[in-house]
Ligand binder design. Structure first.
Ligand code: SF4
Ligand SMILES: [Zn+2]
Length: 362
């Protein structure tokens, strides 16, 4: 038997089984999540980006980000208006993307320019306006690494994307070409000269293989496809209109975080507005529910989510049921949220009435 001191630890040089159990507990998924969240919060403050820590703000309709050009209008409206996400934030993929760019691509580019009078700059901020049929649009964002001359004037911007595999990539995706075009236009305006060439780099997460594509500026593609798309998107936002469910590529729906809200998930919901947690839908990740309720303090959990995350019910409250038949409010925990919940008061009188949430139906 191992001697332990009063605080449960072993004498010097020995480790009690209790200490090991505690240590293993400190390595739990819950502890990791908490540690990671705190670290991210602290990092944002340290990097002067504390605004990432609160609930997301809603960008102005005329504002565009290069990385979002040509994506499904409806998906973007949901994202920009902070609709609750139905899938976890793919932060592992973002994390890998950053590491790939900083730890591998940056040194690789540096090697490519050694012994020349060229350098690699991490990123260049662009912020410019373009005229569209719907008025002036503003495009803001930061490039990926740019090869520059000794006066730090750009020579060749790059855009780096990571994919699980690059085997099947035979040409750049149009979204990525649009993004690179925005960088070329922004850099041309910023440095008052015409930049027409860029490189799109795809990196494979599994095999660490690369594929690179030389992209040349195509004025017709920029004016007639990209700027038109951005003008149309601004119009949807300004009109408060839900855009059609019509992405350029079908795969967008497969990876979309708003499939159920849009109508591609289950039969109960279709063409829903961006706000509100969907009634009867329990697929939201916990973090997305918390983030949504923190940003919408007048809203509460649905009974379905209260059942899934009981620890959140007290903090955020739960929407009750309402029976239109007997005009009664029914407590959220007085009916089973699955399927079509039935009014217990009507049931006592041998009547079957469906309950809805005691708020605007979603
Ligand atoms: S499910 Fe498809 S159509 Fe609907 S918002 Fe998402 S990407 Fe767009
Ligand atoms: Zn009733």
């Amino acid at each position: 038997m191992v001697d332990t001191t009063s605080d449960g630890t072993s004498p010097k040089g020995q480790q009690s089984s209790c200490g090991i159990v505690e240590l293993v507990d400190r390595l739990s998924p819950h502890q990791f999540r908490e540690w990671y969240q705190n670290r991210k919060w602290r990092k944002n403050i340290e990097e002067g980006q504390a605004y990432f820590n609160g609930p997301g703000s809603v960008p102005a309709p005329e504002r565009h980000s290069p990385s979002q050009l040509l994506q499904c209008h409806r998906k973007l409206v949901y994202r920009q208006e902070n609709a609750p996400a139905e899938q976890p934030d793919p932060r592992g993929i973002f994390w890998f993307g950053t590491r790939f760019e900083e730890d591998l691509l940056f040194p690789f580019l540096n090697r490519a320019v050694t012994e020349s009078d060229m350098y690699v700059q991490n990123s260049i901020w662009i912020d410019f306006t373009v005229q569209s049929d719907e008025g002036e649009l503003r495009i803001k964002g930061a490039t990926d690494p740019v090869i520059v001359d000794s006066a730090a004037t750009p020579i060749l911007p790059t855009e780096v994307k990571t994919k699980s595999s690059v085997d099947n990539i035979s040409e750049p995706n149009r979204h990525h070409r649009a993004q690179v075009h925005a960088y070329l236009v922004g850099l041309s305006e910023k440095f008052d000269r015409d930049f027409t060439d860029a490189v799109l780099v795809y990196g494979g997460r599994e095999s660490l293989e690369l594929k690179t594509f030389h992209v040349e500026f195509d004025a017709e593609f920029w004016d007639e496809v990209v700027v038109d798309w951005a003008g149309q998107h601004t119009q949807y936002r300004a009109d408060g209109e839900l855009p059609p469910a019509d992405p350029e590529y079908d795969w967008e729906c497969r990876f979309c975080s708003y499939r159920t809200r849009c109508g591609k998930g289950d039969a109960n919901h279709r063409d829903m507005e961006p706000s509100g947690l969907l009634a009867g839908y329990g697929g939201y990740p916990r973090d997305a529910v918390v983030e949504y309720l923190e940003g919408n303090t007048n809203e509460s959990l649905t009974p379905t989510l209260a059942k899934k995350f009981p620890e959140l019910a007290e903090e955020y409250g739960v929407v009750n049921w309402y029976c239109q038949c007997c005009s009664s409010d029914i407590g959220w925990d007085e009916a089973e949220p699955e399927g079509s919940p039935i009014c217990p008061r009507c049931a006592d009188r041998d009547e079957i009435s469906s309950l809805s949430l005691a708020r605007e139906e979603l």
